[in-house]
Ligand binder design. Structure first.
Ligand SMILES: Cc1cc2nc3c(=O)[nH]c(=O)nc-3n(C[C@H](O)[C@H](O)[C@H](O)COP(=O)(O)O)c2cc1C
Length: 182
């Protein structure tokens, strides 16, 4: 199918408009993670983050960005390790729980200690235990690079985030038989 030669946009704005920019960036579908670490004194902390992405396979590096407004900024900036928990489609409650400030986000949760003690959440689709490799300034966020020390995954359906909505990943379309025949 040919692309529309004169596409109609729902919004076309100056980059200085943060709400429009957020909506345009939200067209890029992502998974959802809860990223955890231990704060001073061993208190577990975690935030919902969709900014997780790959950087490098060799060495194994990943990145995510954390708002400078986060009360957990110091814990992540100075913590030696963090854990990335990729949420499954049945974990919307965890997405919401870690997606807002709270005094004890871990109340009643089953966790295991990952590298450096960073909590691993039960029921995730994948987990990446990371050593903090670097922290870079990124405007109103900090960019955190992690070196993956250990990881695991399963075939649960992941939770997706797109256009401000959360939901299960659609089942992938089957590959046409003709494509397999060649
Ligand atoms: C789906 C989703 C994705 C999010 N992605 C990020 C992100 O990548 N980085 C970030 O700093 N905040 C992100 N947030 C917002 C934080 O989860 C939210 O600000 C939360 O309050 C952070 O925890 P804290 O206040 O305890 O630090 C996201 C929230 C949701 C619901």
């Amino acid at each position: 199918m040919q692309p529309d030669p004169a596409p109609r946009w729902d919004g076309e704005l100056d980059a200085a408009d943060p709400s429009g920019l957020r909506r345009a960036l939200g067209s890029f579908a992502t998974g959802v993670t809860v990223i955890t670490t231990l704060a001073d004194g061993g208190r577990p902390v975690g935030v919902t983050a969709s900014s997780f992405n790959t950087v490098s396979l060799d060495p194994p590096l990943i990145l995510w960005s954390l708002s400078r407004q986060s009360p957990n900024l110091d814990a992540f900036r100075s913590g030696s390790h963090f854990a990335v928990n990729v949420l499954a489609d049945g974990q919307l409650e965890l997405c919401n729980r870690f997606g807002r400030p709270g005094p004890d986000k871990f109340a009643g949760l089953v966790t295991q200690p990952g590298a450096g003690g960073a909590p691993l959440l039960a029921g995730a689709v994948a987990q990446f235990e990371c050593q903090r490799e670097a922290v870079y300034p990124g405007g109103d966020h900090l960019i955190l690079i992690g070196r993956v020390l250990r990881y695991r995954w399963n075939s649960r359906n992941p939770l997706l985030f797109c256009q401000g909505r959360l939901g299960p990943a659609p089942q992938p379309a089957p590959i046409p038989e003709a494509a397999l025949a060649g």
